[in-house]
Design a protein. Structure first.
Length: 264
């Protein structure tokens, strides 16, 4: 999953990467948490025929997706992520996957390596950023929720997929990353159905990211400065190897010895 991320790029850098005509200023954000506003890019700005200006627009949305059919948000779970493998079939995300795909601008994300159940060890926090620096674009979904009093609120979720090589030792999920050359196809909900963009929902290439162990400062939303990304200086806890699944034992025979199975 993706439970915290960061956007420390300048507005000008975001504008250039996503081909935006305009963008409002914003400060660097080192610890973006669920329910907070996040910067998203949609490709739904309507243009007159013959107008060659971009149809992309940047806007803020609440990080926590609300389907239009929800009656009381207080009774609905907080949907910050959507599994890319099933989003096109799930009632909560089906319409958005078809009509409201977005990009989420980020400088990287945080993930936690959880200890085994019953262990007294603490979770280990990692800041996972592009190895080459710069901005990444997470694939996401958007829904404009209208409350009973008629107030509208844009909401969003980040799509996730299985991990690449760098993330796999930490967590079994990571955000879907859309490459710049695929922005137009991903955002084109008019001509590109979910099945047409399914190939874009893959783990990021190996070596795309680097994982840096940091302190647990990021766990508190109040900690919102660059210190949350400072590399940890204490010794990294040892990782217990995963216990392999038991393999079936070959049956004994009268004229051979028992065959001792090897783990690998």
């Amino acid at each position: 999953m993706c439970g915290r991320f960061s956007l420390t790029a300048t507005p000008q850098e975001v504008q250039e990467l996503f081909g935006l005509e305009e963008i409002e200023g914003f400060p660097p954000r080192y610890n973006i948490a669920p329910t907070q506003p996040i910067l998203i890019i949609a490709g739904d700005r309507r243009r007159e025929e013959g107008d060659n200006r971009t149809d992309r627009r940047a806007l803020l949305a609440r990080w926590g997706f609300l389907p239009g059919w929800v009656k009381d948000p207080a009774d609905f779970p907080l949907l910050i992520n959507a599994r890319s493998e099933t989003a096109a079939e799930k009632a909560s995300f089906r319409a958005a996957m078809r009509h409201r795909r977005i990009l989420v601008a980020a400088s990287g994300f945080y993930e936690w390596r959880r200890p085994p159940k019953g262990s007294k060890e603490k979770s280990v926090t990692y800041w996972i950023r592009p190895r080459a620096g710069g901005i990444v674009a997470f694939g996401g979904l958007m829904e404009t929720y209208m409350s009973a009093d008629g107030a509208e609120m844009d909401t969003a979720a980040i799509l996730t997929i299985g991990p690449n090589r760098e993330v796999a030792p930490i967590h079994d999920r990571m955000p879907v990353v859309i490459a710049p050359e695929d922005f137009s196809r991903w955002l084109d909900c008019l001509n590109q159905e979910p099945r047409h963009v399914a190939d874009l929902m893959q783990p990021a290439p190996d070596d795309c990211f680097e994982a840096i162990r940091v302190s647990d400062l990021v766990n508190k939303v109040a900690n919102s400065g660059p210190e949350v990304q400072k590399p940890a200086t204490d010794a990294e806890p040892a990782v217990a190897p995963a216990k392999p699944a038991k393999r079936p034992v070959k049956p004994k025979t009268a004229d051979t010895d028992s065959d001792q199975m090897k783990l690998f």
